[in-house]
Design a protein around this ligand. Structure first.
Ligand code: IDP
Ligand code: MG
Length: 149
């Protein structure tokens, strides 16, 4: 089953939106297989955003991610990588559609609340980066027959 890495960034945690975000993924029908609140070491933030290391915002982005705890999660389900990106919305919250997490709760690209892997290969890399195998639980929701034909 497909998995994706989702992180509620420091602004989402500070604004008390952890329950709201988790609720949206649960209500959609995805399965939570990993979850932890953590302070992010600088090396981990730099590795996570390695693809952006030449961008002008890289330094402030890493500093922000390390500034206050985040909630790191792994969610599972058919098509979860692409679907999670849709639930999250566009990178700039002012362009994100209402009904998406960024569209409903954000106003600024540097405070856009949440990260989601952008492709299946990226998701594998990010899940390996943030979680040990032991921290992930494979389980079969009893709801499954009511979610999948
Ligand atoms: P994504 O989070 O929607 O995948 P990316 O382009 O991968 O967006 O950028 C990673 C993160 O870097 C964004 O979520 C945002 O926090 C930050 N970021 C991207 N572009 C800018 C910018 O122009 N100014 C400040 N921060 C930015
Ligand atoms: Mg990205």
């Amino acid at each position: 089953m497909e998995r994706t890495f989702i992180m509620i960034k420091p602004d989402g945690v500070q604004r008390g939106l952890v329950g709201e975000v988790i609720g949206r993924f649960e209500a959609k029908g995805f399965t939570l297989v990993g979850l932890k609140l953590m302070s992010v070491p600088q090396e981990l933030a730099e590795e996570h955003y390695d693809v952006h290391k030449e961008r002008p915002f890289f330094g402030s982005l890493v500093e922000f991610i390390c500034s206050s705890p985040v909630v790191a999660m792994v969610w599972e389900g058919d098509g979860v990588v692409t679907s999670a990106r849709k639930l999250i919305g566009a990178t700039n919250p002012l362009s994100a559609e209402p009904g998406t997490i960024r569209g409903d709760f954000g106003v600024s690209v540097g405070r856009n609340l949440i990260h989601g892997s952008d492709a299946i290969e990226t998701a594998k890399r990010e899940i390996d980066l943030w979680f040990n195998e032991k921290e992930l639980s494979s389980w079969e929701p009893t709801l499954k027959t009511w979610l999948y034909e």
